[in-house]
Design a protein around this ligand. Structure first.
Ligand code: SAH
Length: 455
């Protein structure tokens, strides 16, 4: 049966959509409903109707789900950051694991593997090590920092964000006061005028080193001394920088960084590997769970010190370096040249000399190296972006005939698709471990082990 706009129906919410919305069915017709939770009985009004599915607005909660909780943050609904803060944390974890199992079954075509219980956070708050707040003015002309409301570009002021490091509150207050005191101009997107666009901070989880970087539509910061004097009073302040972005763009960072005080990077550790992190470097934002994720990858890789390893989509080499101490050699491939420079620098910094890094697309570099130099692999690790692995790459991996493939994934749908391809070519899905890297969001990271089927 089909529905049309303004129809009213009662449905039970049975699934969680990619933006945290609830999904239910009425007579086989799928309806996506914002602000609902798995387990809700809801009366909804169809606001947009397609042939096989539609979007509904919640009119009345007939019976609320037992999984509902009270969001800790007053802005949880308006801010896009936490999509499911209104769901109890234990239930969030369960939904994520069930999502992965469901996709492995329906897209991957398999139920025959060991699924370990998802690893959540003991304390799923204040976990992020990186903030990027836009800066604006309120009606009275005072500086505000916060987040963009919905799809607009007006800023909702936020003094406390429950997933960010609490030290950011003081940092932001100092900067806002400084802007007000010295009448520093803030960026106006429509007019493409004004100076301060965003504030970026990074905080080392293990080192407590703090970086503050102001993103400017310009190259000079007036009254910098006064700002530095206040910021450097904060314990751990290590790096105060500006980043220059004069473009009319949504991209936050420009490519030029100037250090105003201290050094141009902070250092942090994952396990016993240290990483230098500059304003432009990619670095995982949840350091506690990143370590859990990498330990799982290491465990699944089951390395011997004679093993040759390829780490594809390696970023700044975080997984490569984590594995290198346990292998004969690790080769990393990454498309962004700057990330590979960081990877090499991080290897040097840690005295790791059994890594080699390649710039380029994994699906080009690996086949080329295989053809040219007959490179081999005992273990291949992949950690692709959401779109998953290119089929050309999977082909080459299979040709290289590794014993084990460890697949780290941020999108279980493409993971399931790739698992199916590999299962069709001589590999078997053995183990699956979900890790909750982003509590209160719908995202889930998954590590799987696939082993070569012995003839
Ligand atoms: N393993 C890293 C980064 C994973 S994120 C870590 O844990 O930190 C995925 C990475 O893949 C990004 O750094 C992105 O730049 C890179 N990437 C995207 N497409 C690629 C491709 N076709 N070939 C190689 N790298 C790619």
């Amino acid at each position: 049966m089909s529905f049309k706009k303004n129809d009213i129906c009662e449905i039970k919410i049975e699934d969680l959509g990619i933006n945290g919305e609830g999904i239910g069915k009425a007579d086989g017709y799928t309806i996506f409903v914002k602000d609902t939770v798995i387990g809700d009985m809801a009366r909804v009004k169809i606001i947009k109707a397609k042939k096989h599915y539609g979007y509904g607005r919640l009119m009345e909660l007939i019976a609320p789900s037992a999984f509902r909780g009270t969001p800790r943050c007053a802005h949880a609904r308006a801010c896009g950051g936490c999509q499911i803060q209104h769901v109890q944390y234990e239930a969030q974890l369960r939904f994520k694991q069930e999502k992965v199992a469901g996709l492995l079954e329906h897209i991957g075509g398999t139920k025959d593997y060991v699924m370990y219980p998802i690893i959540g956070m003991e304390d799923p708050w204040f976990y992020r090590n990186k903030v990027q707040y836009p800066v604006g003015l309120d009606k009275e002309g005072h500086a505000v920092t916060g987040f963009y409301a919905g799809r607009t570009h007006s800023i909702i002021p936020v003094e406390q964000c429950f997933i960010q490091d609490e030290r950011n509150e003081k940092i932001m207050a100092i900067i806002r006061r400084w802007i007000d005191t010295f009448h520093i101009s803030v960026y106006d997107e429509t007019a493409h005028r004004g100076l301060v666009r965003h504030i970026l901070t990074r905080i080392g989880r293990h080192t407590d080193e703090i970086m503050v970087c102001l993103i400017l539509n310009g190259s000079h910061l007036p009254h910098a001394e006064e700002l530095i004097t206040e910021l450097k009073k904060l314990p751990g302040m290590t790096s105060i920088c500006i980043n220059i972005n004069r473009d009319k763009t949504n991209v936050i960072l420009g490519d030029q960084v100037k250090c105003l005080w201290g050094q141009s990077y902070i250092t942090d550790r994952i396990g016993d590997v240290s990483y230098q992190i500059s304003p432009l470097s990619f670095f995982q934002v949840n350091p506690v769970q990143t370590e859990v994720l990498y330990r799982t990858a290491l465990d699944f890789a089951d390395l011997k010190d004679t093993d040759m390893v390829w780490d594809l989509y390696c970023g700044i080499g975080t997984i490569s370096l984590f594995l290198a101490r346990h292998a004969r050699k690790v080769c990393g491939v990454e498309i962004i040249p700057q990330a590979i420079e960081d990877a090499r620098e991080n290897a040097r910094l840690n005295g790791i000399d059994n890594t080699e890094f390649f710039v380029g697309k994994a699906e080009d570099v690996l086949p080329a190296e295989y053809e040219k130099r007959h490179v081999r692999a005992d273990v291949i690790v992949v950690d692709p972006p959401r779109k998953g692995c290119d089929e050309k790459l999977l082909d080459c991996m299979v040709k290289m005939d590794p014993e084990r493939i460890v697949y780290v994934s941020c999108d279980p749908a493409t993971l399931a698709r790739d698992v199916k391809i590999l299962e069709g070519r001589g590999y078997k899905l053995e183990k699956v471990q979900c890790v909750d890297m982003f509590p209160h969001s719908v995202h889930v990271e998954t590590v799987v082990l696939m082993s070569k089927v012995k003839e």
